[in-house]
Design a protein around this ligand. Structure first.
Ligand SMILES: [Zn+2]
Length: 520
């Protein structure tokens, strides 16, 4: 006899409806077809133990399970429940009076028949809705996550027996609780720029970065507050649009089996440690999952101690920084995850941390400084628009409580205004929504410089005070600074400020390095 149950397969952030066909016929043996991975193949084993544990029988003849369409590779344990259900229906031990019609069923089975949470139920539910399905049955632990999608029936199940009782008319399944409260406050939201005294140049640089979506590097001696400042960046970024909320929540739904309980409405701030593996950073694994760079999608990726990160880790950031997504190729499949984030990096100015420090002497050797310099001019550094030095705040400024300090909300209002100008500017350009993403070939169209600004910038290019490599970066940042000032044409002061924020480049390329070397 043949039974059919609908399941769901994940591929990147997309889900696909899969028909689980179970047939019991003449012959011997258990077979599973339709591109299952190792975990899906093991589903039969888990289903067998769970079915026998509930005092049902496994068929003594040939059992064939087919997952169609066959061209999609099936991964993960979410097929356990539809397969077990299919076996019981095909062997006539369970009957469906039509309750499963139009429903997708997903869930991992424990050996005792309990239904365990799976990842990606939000994506699966979205797809079920798009496919015009009536509803979805998910593990109870995933019920709050799946319920975030409205417009279809979402039911939660804790045990295989509960589902069989439901089909037999002896019980009900828990439906989505629509009265879920507001999402818990994000700790990141409680951070405030108002709590930071001094550091005005860094705050200004972070505001420019937020306004134009620019990548930024903070460098300075240990303990000057680089991390503390970076953590506050999400508080001045513009609020997430409904599309961004959906995109980011979908990725977070895929990342782990810790089920989501609320939409991701705060821009993520991800702070992977420099010892994190390449897979943890970019995503992947045998049953691919998004990595830190995708979890930072539409938010901030903060790399503290940048040059403690391995060369390969830095190397693999190049593609996502340019394309806003990451492709993970495996032997049997390749998946793509969105990874459009603002990169914030922090590092010491040299190995000992005191190069250029007003009071302490750098103890690095000439060779060490040169090695560090080579590292700071790599391909990743070329993609960073703003480089800003973080200095320790003099005690006087810390104690001065008379000077008012701007709150995050005030800074954010200016950022939002500048972003509005940019979305208007790039209206016709697909995927471009901020100055940082401006295509290089249209720099001249959008970054109109007045005569003074042109003379200033070209003068600096001629005398090599500005490298040709950083020309495009300076133009884009100048554009953002002019947007913040509400100017249509970029003026000299805007360009001068943008040039000022190439501090590290000056530090390593200028004469400073020679001076420091002679000092040692
Ligand atoms: Zn040093």
């Amino acid at each position: 006899m043949l039974a059919k149950v609908f399941g769901s397969a994940l591929h990147g952030v997309e889900a696909f409806r899969i028909t689980v066909e179970v047939n019991i016929g003449n012959g011997l043996g258990y077979y599973i077809t339709g591109q299952p991975d190792e975990i899906v193949k093991e589903s039969l084993g888990r289903a067998e133990v769970a079915i026998k544990g509930l005092d049902y029988q496994m068929p003594c003849t040939k059992l064939s399970v087919n997952l169609s369409p066959a061209h999609i590779r099936k991964t993960g344990a979410a097929f356990d429940l539809p397969i077990a259900l299919g076996i019981l229906l095909a062997s006539g031990q369970a009957k469906d009076p039509g309750l499963l019609k139009g429903f997708i069923v997903v869930g991992e089975l424990g050996l005792d028949g309990s239904v365990l949470p799976v990842r990606g139920t939000l994506c699966m539910t979205c797809q079920a809705l798009a496919d015009g399905m009536k509803g979805i049955i998910v593990p109870r632990a995933n019920l709050p996550e799946a319920s975030l999608v409205g417009g279809l029936s979402v039911l939660g199940v804790t045990h295989l027996r509960e589902l069989l009782n439901f089909l037999g008319g002896k019980g009900t399944l828990k439906a989505a609780d629509k009265s879920t409260g507001p999402p818990p406050p994000d700790p990141a939201e409680q951070l405030e720029f108002r709590d930071v005294r001094g550091q005005e140049p860094v705050k200004r640089a972070l505001e420019i970065a937020a306004a134009g979506g620019h990548h930024i590097l903070l460098y300075g001696s240990p303990g000057v507050g680089k991390t503390m400042l970076a953590r506050r960046l999400p508080t001045i970024l513009p609020p997430m649009s409904p599309t961004e909320i959906q995109e980011t929540t979908r990725i977070h739904s895929l990342s782990t089996t810790d089920p989501l309980t609320a939409l991701v409405t705060q821009r993520p701030f991800r702070n992977p440690h420099h010892t994190a593996s390449d897979i943890a950073l970019t995503g992947g694994g045998s049953s691919p999952q998004p990595g830190e760079i995708s979890l930072a999608h539409n938010g901030v990726l903060f790399l503290d101690e940048l040059y403690e990160f391995s060369r390969s880790a830095i190397e693999i950031l190049r593609q996502p920084l340019e394309e806003g997504r990451v492709r993970i190729a495996r032997a049997k499949m390749s998946v793509e995850y969105p990874a459009s984030f603002m990169l914030v990096a922090a590092m010491n100015p040299c190995f000992c941390g005191y190069f250029g420090h007003p009071a302490r002497v750098c103890t690095c050797s000439r060779r060490a400084l040169e090695y560090y310099r080579r590292k700071t001019s790599g391909p990743l550094m070329d993609r960073i628009d703003l480089q800003v030095e973080v200095e320790s705040v003099p005690l006087g400024a810390l104690m001065d409580s008379r000077k008012p300090v701007e709150s995050s909300a005030v800074i954010r209002a200016r950022v939002v205004k500048a972003r509005a100008v940019q979305s208007e500017r790039f209206r016709g350009l697909n995927g471009v929504y901020c100055n940082a993403r401006m295509p290089e070939q249209s720099l001249d169209d959008y970054c109109l410089l007045d005569a003074h600004a042109r003379r200033y910038l070209f003068g600096r290019l001629d005398s090599a005070l500005v490298s040709a490599r950083s020309y495009a970066r300076i133009l884009k940042v100048s554009r953002t600074i002019a947007d913040l000032a509400g100017r249509e044409v970029v003026e000299m002061e805007h360009v001068a400020e943008a040039v000022h924020f190439r501090g590290l480049e000056r530090l390593v390329e200028g004469r400073n390095i020679a001076k420091a070397v002679t000092k040692v």
